[in-house]
Design a protein around this ligand. Structure first.
Ligand SMILES: NC(=O)c1ccc[n+]([C@@H]2O[C@H](COP(=O)([O-])OP(=O)(O)OC[C@H]3O[C@@H](n4cnc5c(N)ncnc54)[C@H](O)[C@@H]3O)[C@@H](O)[C@H]2O)c1
Ligand SMILES: [Zn+2]
Length: 383
């Protein structure tokens, strides 16, 4: 038996932002990051559609990348002052994740981050407001997931808050918002969406509902990421990538992720390697490693008229290179001495990461270490 959870309403397609006109409510707070949603006009359009819905709205701005707990608390105070009954997260995943966490503190002001980071600790939400997510990047799937990632900079730790209570009520997947996304963000976030599809597809709790979504997302990324990367105003490619990210999000919020993410979280936190790029470096070798216990990568090779996990690993390498992402960790300028000094800690933290629980092959410490070493050098692994 299993449960499948997604937002109640998912509006998708070019121009679907307009569905905001149909929302019910009195007052909205719109949470945004920097200037990108002002510059591309989506903030103004959001405000106008909310007005047409009979709502007033106010904006909380300046959410930084990898949002901090301080920003979250500042936002929650703003919510308390403004008393919205609708919260709109608009922009990249950082803005939406911050809005989700502000929403928790608005509903439960005495929350602490440590307590919220315990899986499924979030209490019943929607006593004061419901949540609308409108992404402008095509990667994390936060518009679908019961997940918000908040950083405690003092402790140097990222806290994932995990609960189906955080699954947005309304998601709007409008590819027009992504046309202004810079090429390197398109590549990084698109490769993240690919890794969500692949890790959900091979998850040890995968089921056929999520398989269909994950495989569909993977196919869309392979067919559209190059076009979205090189032709920013290619609306069809932008919408296809946005749909891929959302579908991969639907799959992974239900069957979770594996050691690509366990390992990428560590190299992201320690060396600042962008999340999707780190995933794309790790994914081919994790494919080779996991393929010893599952034949699901052979199915994925079938998308290219091929049949082996090695074929699929090489397709990822080709896509990665075509969007300008390097093939090894060391190409991020990490010295051998720095790498050697940190390798055991990276390995242990990857072993302890919750995503490791859902990987199809249960890894040993020495195996994760060997995977890291091969990816540092850019070599193919044989274990
Ligand atoms: N909630 C989840 O499910 C989940 C999953 C994985 C990662 N995360 C978290 O997501 C965050 C990263 O999110 P992200 O990859 O979406 O990046 P982001 O939100 O940090 O945005 C990256 C940059 O792109 C800009 N940008 C975004 N959309 C744009 C557009 N349409 N046009 C021009 N510029 C645009 C932003 O202003 C920012 O400078 C991290 O904090 C990570 O830990 C969350
Ligand atoms: Zn990811």
């Amino acid at each position: 038996m299993a449960k499948f959870v997604v937002p109640k309403d998912v509006f998708h397609g070019l121009g679907s932002l307009e569905n905001l006109k149909e929302l019910k409510g009195t007052k909205a707070v719109i949470v945004i990051g920097g200037n990108s949603v002002k510059a591309n006009g989506s903030l103004e359009r959001t405000e106008n559609y909310l007005k047409e819905a009979g709502m007033s709205s106010v904006v909380f701005s300046d959410v930084e990348a990898d949002p901090s707990i301080e920003t979250v608390k500042k936002g929650a105070e703003f919510f308390t002052q403004e008393q919205p009954d609708v919260i709109v997260g608009l922009g990249g995943c950082s803005a939406i994740d911050a809005a989700k966490a502000m929403w928790i503190y608005y509903e439960y002001p005495d929350s602490t981050l440590e307590e919220l980071a315990t899986p499924f600790a979030v209490k019943a939400m929607r006593n004061k407001a419901y949540f609308v997510a409108i992404p402008s990047t095509s990667g994390t799937g936060t518009e679908i997931t019961g997940l918000s990632v908040i950083t405690d900079r003092e402790k140097g730790t990222k806290y994932p808050i995990v609960s189906h209570e955080l699954t947005p009520d309304v998601a709007i997947i409008d590819g027009e918002l992504c046309e202004s996304m810079p090429a390197h963000v398109t590549a990084n976030t698109g490769l993240d969406a690919l890794s969500h599809g692949v890790e959900a597809y091979v998850s040890n709790i995968a089921d056929r509902y999520n398989d269909a979504l994950a495989k569909g997302a993977i196919e869309l990324v392979f067919k559209n990421l190059n076009a979205a990367h090189t032709e920013p105003n290619n609306k069809e490619a932008r919408q296809a990538m946005h749909d891929a990210s959302c579908m991969a999000g639907m799959a992974f919020t239900n069957v979770w992720l594996g050691i690509v993410h366990s390992m990428s979280h560590q190299i992201g936190g320690t060396f600042g390697i962008p999340h999707g790029c780190g995933n794309a470096i790790l994914m081919p070798n994790v494919t080779r490693f996991n393929s010893k216990v599952t034949d699901k990568y052979n199915d994925l090779a079938g998308l290219f008229g091929k049949s082996t996990a090695e074929d699929f690993a090489q397709e990822i390498e080709t896509l990665r290179a075509s969007v300008g992402v390097v093939g090894s960790i060391k190409e991020y300028g990490i010295s051998q001495a720095d790498w050697d000094a940190k390798l055991d800690t990276l390995t242990q933290n990857a072993m302890d990461d919750p995503c490791t629980l859902f990987n199809p092959r249960k890894p040993k410490f020495e195996e994760i270490k060997a995977l890291y070493q091969a990816c540092y050098e850019g070599n193919a692994i044989t274990i």
